[in-house]
Design a protein around this ligand. Structure first.
Ligand code: ADP
Length: 259
């Protein structure tokens, strides 16, 4: 009952949520969470109702990046009221867990936690719910893409070849799960010297662009390395809230996705 002829469960929508956008990466540390929080605030600045769900169970970094670490309220003990920061509704497994507790969870527990974050949080009416996925391919990706109607996925990669090979695994996993990959984002591309303006391609140049072309997929943005990106993330005020060159890149990315 309620199953596709293939035996796959019928993917669910979340009441009031128009789109679910998954942000993935092949490995950790490429800036997936930074991109997710900046994209969320950039979309909110353009008038969209945005939710951000930190599903990176192994290293939830969104509470710090969004400047929030208080637990959410649950007046009836069932539904959770999402937190709100910089105009974005926000929830993270990180605010539910005791601080500094390493998470070693089995697949079924992960599935339960993710389903609770999607179903039991009172997201209300949203144009988009951005889901910051754990790196790699695993139970969270499987659960999200199998049980929920994910509108599309974006894969973040750094320019290094190794990272791109990892990213390819994430791309293949999304396509096997039937989730459309909307495009790639290259993060930590060139470093522009604030003193002289020279651009240094610390991790190489053009790798992600070439890969995107090969796959026939759009390269949605190239985001340079910048000290301000890191500092603003650490301070809980994503750089996309401001108006410097990187905020402009995020603004254009948001506009392109909103189109
Ligand atoms: P992931 O979610 O892929 O593990 P994070 O978003 O946590 O990666 O980023 C890892 C670190 O790199 C963080 O300290 C973050 O501030 C920093 N970082 C991410 N993108 C950039 C960038 N474009 N320039 C400088 N630092 C960045």
């Amino acid at each position: 009952i309620g199953r596709h002829p293939t035996g796959k469960p019928e993917p669910k929508t979340i009441p009031g949520v128009k789109r679910i956008l998954a942000i993935g990466s092949g490995k950790g540390g490429v800036g997936k969470s930074t991109v997710s929080s900046n994209l969320a605030v950039a979309m909110a600045r353009q008038g969209w109702k945005v939710g951000l769900l930190d599903a990176d169970i192994y290293g939830p970094s969104q509470p710090r990046m969004m400047g929030l670490d208080r637990p959410p309220m649950s007046p009836d003990g069932k539904q959770i009221i999402p937190l709100e920061s910089h105009g974005v509704k926000f929830m993270s497994i990180g605010v539910l867990l005791p601080k500094d507790e390493a998470v070693i969870w089995r697949g079924p527990m992960l599935m339960g936690a993710l389903q609770q974050l999607l179903n039991d949080v009172r997201w209300g009416s949203l144009d988009v719910l951005i889901v910051d996925m754990p790196p790699g391919t695993g139970d969270i990706q499987l659960t999200l893409c199998t049980y929920f109607d994910v509108t599309g996925a974006i894969v973040v990669s750094t320019p290094q070849d190794v990272a791109m090979l990892d990213a390819q695994k994430a791309l293949v996993a999304f396509s096997k799960l039937g989730t459309e990959v909307i495009g790639l984002i290259e993060n930590m591309s060139g470093y522009i010297c604030p003193e002289c303006g020279h651009e240094a391609h610390i991790f190489g140049q053009g790798g992600v662009r070439a890969e995107a072309a090969k796959l026939g997929m759009p390269l949605l943005a190239e985001i340079p390395i910048s000290l301000d990106v890191r500092l603003s993330g650490d301070e809980g005020r994503p750089i996309a809230l401001g108006d410097d060159a990187i905020a402009v890149i995020y603004g254009k990315l948001a506009a392109r996705l909103i189109e």
